[in-house]
Design a protein around this ligand. Structure first.
Ligand SMILES: C[S@@+](CC[C@H](N)C(=O)[O-])C[C@H]1O[C@@H](n2cnc3c(N)ncnc32)[C@H](O)[C@@H]1O
Length: 331
């Protein structure tokens, strides 16, 4: 494995870490190498289910939110700028003003975060540029103008929170899927990658629905869904859609699959969702899926279903109805 930016900078002596106190590590992705940090002092703060459980499996202490006091913190920059601000503010708060190590790709805004920290008078240690990204330490500074609300109320009266998918407005693709759904969806329905609950909210208005299961990896998004949906037929699962065991077969799956892993577009994740949907559905079950027009899901759909039809769409989106799943059922 290539030496991570964090290991490189620590081994080069460019990052000053205190000798005592726990180290809060915010949002490291599953494969992330943090071996240069003393494992006994590390607490991972991670709300994304697969990443959370990957660190747990590696023997780390893992939490959903930070505790009160740490000697230092590391923030791995997420794609969302708003979430980056929330994490950096949180890291500064729980370390009493630092030191906070910030590690990020250029494409995740590492340069602009560095500029923003300088503008706010933070003391900045060595800045290491490596592997298309930057790592540096900040302490102090006046970040009061960054106080972003962690929760937002958007048009339609839905609650969202910093960094969740479609935090500012309903996603156009999801709206296209809702418009194409039939008025009746009978039985047991799964919403794979449910986010803050937009699709489920609409599916609950369909005739004949018995229960809907919202499966979502991001803990914050699922918490918003719990606020947005109070119907007792809804059940909420903080889980990885790729490994979720539905506790029985589903009659329908609705899905606007994720198409990013970190900053990079990743249709493999969406294809994984299609396979997961097929294996969760009963023989008569139907998948209703929306995707950006350019994403290549047709092959995955026909590998997983006998009948695939594009039922709606425009230049930006395509909506599919896929029936008669081919996949083996999950054990
Ligand atoms: C394109 S968004 C759709 C969200 C919501 N259904 C909507 O229509 O607004 C995809 C969602 O899948 C979630 N997600 C990503 N990877 C996941 C995984 N492995 N398991 C479950 N959910 C995942 C993301 O956090 C995101 O909320």
């Amino acid at each position: 494995m290539a030496v991570s930016r964090l290991s490189y900078a620590i081994e080069a002596g460019s990052l000053a870490l205190p000798d005592i106190g726990d180290i809060a590590v915010f949002r490291p992705a599953a494969g992330c190498d943090i071996s240069a940090l003393d494992k006994d002092r590390v607490e991972i703060i991670q709300g994304c289910y697969p990443d959370h459980h990957s660190f747990q499996a590696r023997g780390y202490r893992v939490a959903l939110s930070a505790g009160a006091q740490y000697g230092a913190a590391v923030v791995f920059l997420p794609r969302s700028k708003v979430l980056a601000k929330v994490l950096i503010l949180n890291a500064l708060a729980v370390t009493g003003g630092g030191p906070v190590i910030i590690d990020g790709q250029k494409t995740d805004g590492a340069d602009s975060v560095l500029r923003d920290c300088r503008k706010r008078g933070a003391q900045i240690g060595d800045v290491i540029s490596k592997a298309h990204g930057k790592i540096f330490t900040i302490s102090g500074g006046d970040f009061s103008d960054w106080k972003v609300g962690e929760k937002t109320l958007i048009k339609g009266g839905f609650q969202t929170s910093a960094g969740v998918f479609s935090m500012d407005a309903v996603d156009k693709g999801s709206a296209a899927l809702v418009a194409a759904l039939p008025g009746q969806l009978k039985g047991r329905v799964a919403d794979l990658g449910a986010g803050w609950g937009y699709l489920s909210h609409h599916v609950l208005q369909c005739e004949g629905l018995r229960e809907i299961h919202l499966i979502e990896a991001e803990h914050d998004a699922l918490n918003c869904a719990r606020i947005n949906i109070t119907d007792p037929r809804a059940q909420f699962h903080w889980a990885d859609a790729l490994t979720f065991n539905g506790g029985g077969e589903f009659d329908h799956v609705v899905c606007n699959p994720p198409f990013h892993t970190g900053r990079a577009g990743d249709p493999a994740l969406g294809r994984g969702f299609i396979g997961a949907a097929a294996s969760l559905l009963a023989r008569h079950g139907i998948l209703w899926l929306v995707a950006n027009r350019h994403l290549p899901y047709e092959q995955a759909l026909s590998d997983a279903f006998h009948e695939v039809k594009e039922i709606a769409g425009d230049g930006s989106f395509k909506v599919f109805r896929a029936a008669k799943p081919r996949r083996e059922k999950r054990k």
